[in-house]
Design a protein around this ligand. Structure first.
Ligand code: FES
Ligand code: FE2
Length: 398
């Protein structure tokens, strides 16, 4: 195969060529500075608009199907105020249900940080029993409900699908099953090229942190902070603020340069890879971030629970299951470094500090520089998606 043909075959080469053309930390130098009205992070009206117009309408990525490996695997988790059950049924299909009994609403499975195994779902209150596909199969003292039609009292199912191994759901039972290939646009082919569907679930940490969900997204959409905030951890591995970015509809893609960017020129372009020779990041609107590390992928989900609180779910996906204890120990160490030291102790700690400073009521605005244009674009996309519901104004004049 000629090199010219090979060049056409990897989706990453044009991105790397653009990255190599950057002479210094001036990515997107044509971008203007902008101001951001900080009320978007704490205004209650804005928060309610985001919940109803983004999180209850758009497809959300709730996890990886490999976390529910066996039939009967169940994960109970509250997402944006809704108690949900993610279930792999006896036929191997994954469904997303409201974790609420159709008798009088009790939770069928207590929320836990990890999956459990069950052959059916038995309500703890009066014992109504559901099959794993949500069908109501048994009611104690059935004669108490002479008009009950079991077919009408199955668990409330939410529209969901699995694509690239990821579980996507829309948190409104009236809406149709999401068409994820269409929603992702060109990013669909990139997730396929990376092989996310073949990845394995390795570890997850789901923690509520006292910050608005958008402050966390912001922190993963710019590299201006990486050499400073992360100077004692991952900072030395990266170049200072050299990255290229693209946007596809509401979604974004960023390729961040490592410190050894120049060595790329010694490699055949067909071998340039966004995990080995740079770090690629996808933002799938509104709240999914995928970070491609050299030998694993971080999937981040930011699920707001209040204007100033977010359930932050970090999942580590590995290309294979660990072959032995040594491989497992290696990935455990990687997870501990990136999840605890980098994400929680550095990024999220700063986000919480910012959030605490926002309640002063001083009418702050933030200044976004030329290397923070992805942050600006993200906030513009949120405001656009909210339309007239997006009060307060996102960018005041001046
Ligand atoms: S609420 Fe579930 S059986 Fe009564
Ligand atoms: Fe960071």
């Amino acid at each position: 195969m000629s090199e010219a043909v090979a060049e056409l075959e990897t989706p990453w080469q044009a991105m790397f060529q653009r990255l190599l053309a950057e002479p210094g930390p001036r990515a997107e130098a044509a971008e203007p500075e902008t101001r951001l009205d900080a009320r978007v992070y704490h205004d209650p009206q804005r928060y309610h608009a985001e919940r109803s117009h983004l999180f209850r309408r758009l497809p959300l990525c709730l996890g990886h199907a490999d976390q529910l490996r066996e039939p009967g695997s169940i994960l109970a988790r509250e997402i944006v105020g809704l108690p949900l059950l993610l279930v792999r049924d006896a036929q191997g299909e994954i469904g997303v249900f409201l974790n609420a009994c159709r008798h009088r609403g009790a939770r069928l499975v207590a929320e836990d940080s990890s999956t459990c195994q069950k052959s059916s779902l038995v309500c703890p209150y009066h014992g109504w029993t559901y099959a794993l596909d949500g069908t109501l199969v048994a009611v104690p003292l059935r004669e108490a409900f002479p008009t009950l039609d079991r077919a009408e009292r199955g668990l409330m199912r939410l529209p969901s699908t699995v694509r690239h191994g990821l579980i996507w759901a829309v948190l409104d039972p009236q809406l149709p099953e999401p068409d994820i290939a269409r929603y992702l646009g060109p990013i669909d082919a990139e997730l396929a090229a990376i092989g996310l569907g073949q990845h394995r679930f390795f570890r997850q940490n789901a923690v509520r942190r006292a910050t608005n969900w958008k402050l966390i997204v912001d922190a993963f959409m710019e590299v201006y902070h990486v050499k400073r905030l992360h100077s004692g951890t991952i900072g030395p591995f990266f170049s200072d603020s050299i990255a290229i970015a693209d946007h596809f509809g509401p979604h974004q893609r960023m390729l961040v340069a490592r410190d050894q960017l120049g060595q790329l020129r010694d490699q055949p372009p067909a071998q340039w890879h966004p995990q080995l020779h740079g770090t690629m990041v996808h933002l799938i609107f509104p709240n999914t971030i995928l970070i491609y590390h050299p030998d694993y992928v971080s999937h981040l989900g930011m699920f707001p629970t209040a204007p100033n609180e977010t359930l932050f779910v970090h999942t580590m996906l590995t290309p294979d299951a660990p072959a032995d204890e040594r491989a497992k120990a290696h990935w455990d160490r990687s997870f501990d470094l990136i999840d605890r030291q980098v994400f929680h102790d550095e990024d999220l700690t700063v986000c919480e500090q910012i959030q605490r400073g926002l309640v002063s009521g001083f009418g702050q605005d933030f200044l976004l520089g030329r290397f923070e244009s992805n942050v600006r674009r993200f906030h513009e996309t949120v405001a656009k998606a909210l339309g007239q519901h997006g009060a307060p104004p996102q960018t005041p004049p001046g």
